[in-house]
Design a binder for this molecule. Structure first.
Ligand SMILES: CC(C)(COP(=O)(O)OP(=O)(O)OC[C@H]1O[C@@H](n2cnc3c(N)ncnc32)[C@H](O)[C@@H]1OP(=O)(O)O)[C@@H](O)C(=O)NCCC(=O)NCCSC(=O)/C=C/CCCCCCCCCCCCC(=O)O
Ligand SMILES: Cc1cc2nc3c(=O)[nH]c(=O)nc-3n(C[C@H](O)[C@H](O)[C@H](O)COP(=O)(O)OP(=O)(O)OC[C@H]3O[C@@H](n4cnc5c(N)ncnc54)[C@H](O)[C@@H]3O)c2cc1C
Length: 581
């Protein structure tokens, strides 16, 4: 925090990678600096911002985002915490009526935060208006004691991020002023009347913002992992590639190149997609402030799609990097285990991935049907009903591969929509039919999202003007990415008839050539991510390659090495050895 202040970096711009370098196993302030700060900026009105933002900037108020309950995370409409307006006192009464309404998970809530943005069902004049955000003080700003009517605690150890205090929270008829409802988009007036927002999902804006931020942070986490594993693979020598010859760097093995290079490519694919979604988010934010919400659904869907794909890709990539380091990848000082545990949670939080992909699928089906009826659809899904013929691009060129993705995705949506119609005819109920088709629907969403990511990778690489040589390496990397994902999804391309079996084996052949061609670029590529050693925090991935010395030095720090004979010997082992058991 002192460093942020020294360098004049606003809270919301504190990079997760910098934070990770200080607190590898979770940061109790991350939700304060990200979601809480964003909720104040985007959901509070100017007067409320004047009141709370300066205090949050000075860390007088430390906040969290308390939405999820022990009984409901995904189904936001099903939240049970109530905020009932009392017109007599002009207050809201917050209450947790059941065990399932207990707020559960919020980062920093257990011990760190003294305030929260609480999502609760808003009731006024006897009517429920759904979940709305409220600024709620939880602890005394001086003593840090929890306030009467607020029951708080920490939820216990987790798979990772254990130096963060994820918490629980209950309210017992806890009163807050009317003006603590975040009133930028919707309001409750003094007489209790409700003023509705221009779009009823604007109060979900902090989730959208965080999903976009997660995409960016996933590319950084994956970049850390590939840096560690690639540098290690250049230092590590093992086995014989040619019998009798010296042990080669393990990076010489084609299988090792296949483990690492596609994930190096993935860092760029995620990063370029993140930039594109971020641009869209800025445009949408600017339009919303002028009262235009036309592009909000597109942003919602794109952020769901990119959050789901990037969290899945980076988690799998980090695990592959860990495995690629053999036994040393399992040691904590490699940095890979904490990268994994702090990334795999992104699959679940901020919208569980399957659920987000089903949101994308819903949009694809709706847009496809609208397109068929000649109704206007938004730009990113126009292709669904565009003529599905390959254009004049040279066979198997990058452009042809992108077209193959586009047509296969459109084909899958078309096929799944027909299945949905057949199922609807059988079930006579859309929701049951939807559930019966949901595995196929998730596949539609995944293919559409992959198409988007491939397209962004290619168009960004093609637009690089600064250096022909850099562009050329990135072009190879992009080509590898396209082919790799085609080989992983061969079935879709064969089914759509966009690629033949012969095409696929030609592409596979090219992929192996690309691995060899890109091998000399592997270390320069990860060096270009430019992570300082302190930031990587890895015995395997440091810039100087002194892997074995660092592993040995780290081992000396093990508490068990403080004495030659451990206490456990005297307490347990010696009695056991003498017991003749
Ligand atoms: C999406 C849901 C599941 C929808 O549920 P459902 O009940 O079906 O839907 P309805 O509510 O009825 O709505 C249907 C229609 O509304 C549309 N919709 C839904 N959501 C939105 C939205 N947000 N915007 C616009 N439109 C929306 C939907 O498409 C339907 O439209 P239509 O009818 O088809 O037209 C929803 O309920 C949901 O979102 N569920 C998920 C819940 C969730 O996400 N919870 C999150 C809780 S908070 C949390 O998890 C926090 C975790 C910790 C985060 C730690 C922070 C890390 C940040 C990292 C930042 C670091 C950056 C540094 C970068 C660097 O490194 O440099
Ligand atoms: C590390 C971590 C930090 C978190 N931090 C916060 C925080 O700061 N603030 C906060 O409010 N919350 C936080 N959360 C909570 C998080 O947002 C939820 O866990 C997440 O939204 C998923 O909800 P859930 O746990 O209820 O899972 P569930 O929704 O119960 O999901 C369980 C399974 O059911 C499936 N499922 C659910 N609904 C559907 C559906 N409609 N169709 C098909 N399948 C479905 C899912 O795909 C999944 O397989 C955090 C969670 C974690 C793990």
């Amino acid at each position: 925090m002192r460093k942020l202040a020294e360098h004049n970096i606003p809270l919301r711009e504190a990079s997760i990678t910098q934070v990770h370098s200080v607190l590898r196993d979770g940061n109790p302030l991350i939700v304060h600096t990200s979601m809480f700060a964003n909720a104040l900026a985007s959901l509070a009105n100017p007067k409320q911002q004047q009141q709370w933002v300066p205090l949050a900037e000075k860390n007088r108020i430390i906040g969290t985002y308390a939405q999820t309950e022990i009984g409901h995370g995904t189904f936001v409409r099903g939240l049970e915490t109530t905020a009932i307006f009392d017109p007599e006192t002009k207050e809201f009464v917050l209450h947790s009526p059941t065990i399932t309404s207990t707020k559960w998970w919020p980062g920093g809530l257990g011990k760190t935060a003294n305030a929260a943005i609480v999502m609760a069902q808003l009731y006024t004049q006897g009517k429920c208006y759904g979940p709305h955000p409220f600024f709620v003080q939880l602890r005394d700003f001086d003593t840090h004691h929890s306030l009467p009517g607020v029951i708080l605690g920490e939820i216990g150890p987790r798979l990772g991020i254990n130096s963060q205090d994820n918490g629980y929270l209950r309210f017992d008829h806890y009163r807050i002023p009317r003006t603590n409802m975040l009133m930028r988009h919707s309001q409750v007036l003094e007489d209790g009347s409700y003023v509705k927002p221009i779009h009823n999902k604007l109060s979900y804006g902090t989730m959208v913002w965080t999903r976009v931020a997660i995409v960016h942070s996933c590319s950084k986490k994956l970049a850390c992992a590939v840096t560690i594993a690639t540098r290690y693979s250049a230092v590590r020598h093992q086995s014989e590639l040619v019998p009798g010859k010296p042990e080669p760097q393990i990076l010489e093995y084609q299988t090792q190149q296949y483990k690492l290079l596609p994930h190096i490519a993935s860092v760029f694919a995620i990063l370029f997609s993140a930039s594109s979604v971020l641009r869209m988010q800025r445009n949408v934010a600017a339009s919303i402030s002028k009262g235009n919400v036309e592009l909000l659904p597109e942003l919602h869907i794109l952020s769901c799609a990119m959050k789901a794909l990037s969290s899945q890709d980076s988690t799998q990539g980090i695990e592959t990097c860990r495995l690629a380091c053999g036994g040393h990848g399992y040691i904590a000082s490699s940095g890979l285990p904490s990268l994994y545990t702090s990334t795999t949670c992104t699959i679940t939080y901020e919208g569980e991935n399957t659920v987000l992909l089903l949101q994308v699928a819903r949009y694809l089906i709706k847009s496809y049907r609208a397109g068929l009826e000649g109704l206007p659809v938004l730009p990113s899904v126009m292709y669904l009903t565009a003529p599905s013929a390959m254009h004049q691009s040279p066979p198997l060129s990058n452009q042809a591969l992108i077209e193959a993705f586009r047509i296969s995705s459109a084909n899958l949506v078309k096929e799944t929509e027909s299945r949905l119609c057949r199922q609807f005819n059988l079930e006579q109920n859309f929701h049951y039919a939807w559930n019966r088709c949901s595995v196929a629907l998730v596949h539609c969403a995944e293919l559409h999202s992959r198409y988007y990511m491939c397209e962004k990778f290619l168009s960004t690489v093609e637009s690089i003007r600064a250096s022909d040589r850099v562009r050329s390496v990135l072009q190879d990397l992009c080509r590898l990415y396209l082919i790799h994902h085609i080989t992983l999804n061969q079935g879709h391309f064969l089914r759509s008839g966009t690629l033949s079996g012969v095409d696929l084996s030609t592409l596979e052949e090219e992929m192996y050539e690309l691995l060899a061609k890109l091998r000399p670029q592997a270390v320069p590529l990860v060096d270009a991510f430019d992570f300082r050693d302190e930031l990587l925090g890895s015995t395997l991935g440091a810039w100087d390659g002194r892997v074995y010395e660092r592993l040995y030095e780290e081992a000396q720090k093990s508490p068990l090495n403080k004495t030659d004979v451990s206490k456990a010997y005297h307490k347990y082992l010696q009695p056991l050895m003498k017991s003749n058991l």
